[in-house]
Structures are given as structure tokens and as C-alpha cells.
Design a binder for this molecule. Sequence first.
Ligand SMILES: [Ca+2]
Length: 266
Amino acid sequence: MKKIYRKSVCLAASAMLFLSGTTLPAQAGLIGLYQFDDASNLGKDTSGNHNDATDNGATFTNSGYQGGAAHFDGSSFLSVAIDVNPTVLPQMTWGAWVKPDVLSASTVQTVLSSDNGGFDRTITIDYRGGGGASSFSAYTSSGVWASGVAPSTSQWEFVAAVYDASKVSLTFYANGQSFQISSSFGPSQTFFDIGNDPSFGQLFLGSIDNVFVYDQALTASQIATIQSNGFPPASTVPEPSSFALMGLGGLGLAIRAMKRRRASVV
Ligand SMILES: [Ca+2]
């Protein structure tokens, strides 16, 4: 009887750990998520990894793609202490929904950038690269590559870049289209900025929402799922740490129950 009870307690504890363990990998790839839904903490990382962004003047707007968004006035930006160097993250994915306030034939508006001057991992709205004025673009380590897909000032557009150092490639997604680009990146900054190129400024003017960073090269279908679903409100996304605590809490309760049971049997 004692044996059976102990076994069931162990099974329950294992199940709790198993559940927390199976939840973690699904979130583990997401190393930063900026949903900009909390006006009092604009740079909050809702991925559960506590990689909060430092806000340098960006403001909250409640007209986001989902909930709120960060608004940039052409001199403000957010900075994130995630090292996206290819040596640290050979496989990486990042992206966002963007809605510029203005489009200009002769300016660069940086969406995401770790550039230290070598055309490092960066997404821009750019007039360079042969895509015509104001094209969703990416840096390739040797220059600017333009998708030719034009952003909109009246609706949110989805943009993402998937980097895979082992394939010497970059897959670029802009508003439902995808492009394969050859690229091999050298060292960059050990952080990245939202709405700013750390080396050249080229600041963003408009709104950005749901900035996401994964430490893996997402597939086309995973990108399509993100584009279709966005991200649920932060309050409904359990943090990986919460799940781990739930598992540990459950284990603690199980051990206490086992001890209590043992005491009553003796
Ligand atoms: Ca949002």
C-alpha cells in the first residue's frame, strides 16, 4: 500500500516535471518578444527571458497591430541586450509588424539592427539596393538587398529575416512574399536596436509592434503561422520560469504529501 502510494506520488511528480519540460522547448527558441502592450513598461520582454529593452524616447501608442505598439518619432529607439552575432546565434530569426508614418524616396528607416558598420544583420525600409524608393530591405554583410515590396503608411505589414550561417543564407519575408539571399555575416554589435542603426542612426518614424527574436532558423510554415496568428496577449503566455516553478511547486507538494503519508503509516 505504502509502496503503491509512493509510486503514484512519484508518477504525479514526474508528470508535472514532464509537463513543464514539454512546455519549455516550445518557448525556448523565443529569446525575446516585445509586444509593447504595457504603457508603463514599454520595453518589457514578454518571452519570459527577461531581456527587457531599454527605451530611448520611444512612446506607447494604443493603435498597435495587436494591443499597443511602440511609436518612434525619428529620434527615439529601443535597445535590446541580446547578442545576435553569427558566432553566438548562427541560426536566428527576427521580425516585426511595422507601419511607418512617412515614406521617403531618400531616407533609410531602420526597423531592427545590430550593425557595427559592416552591413550586419539589419532590416530596413530603404531606397537603396535597387528596389525602388521605400522597399522592405535587409543588409547582407556586403550591402543592401531590396525586396521591392513597398511598406504602407496606412496598414501594418509583416517583415522577418531568417539567418542560417551554415547555409550562408538569409531568407527574407515581406508582406507574404519570401526571398532567398546569399549572405555571410562578420562580427556585429553585441546588442541590437529597434528603430535605429547603432552605427548610423537612420531612425524609424512610425510604429512597430511584436518584435520577435528566435535562436533558431524558423521554417516557412513557422513564419506563416506567426504572420497569421501574431502573438497572444502577454498575460495569457505563461513564462517558462513560471512553468518551471509550477513543476517545482508540484514536486514540493508531492514530497510533503509523501512524508505526511509515511508518518501516518508509521
Ligand atoms: Ca502590441
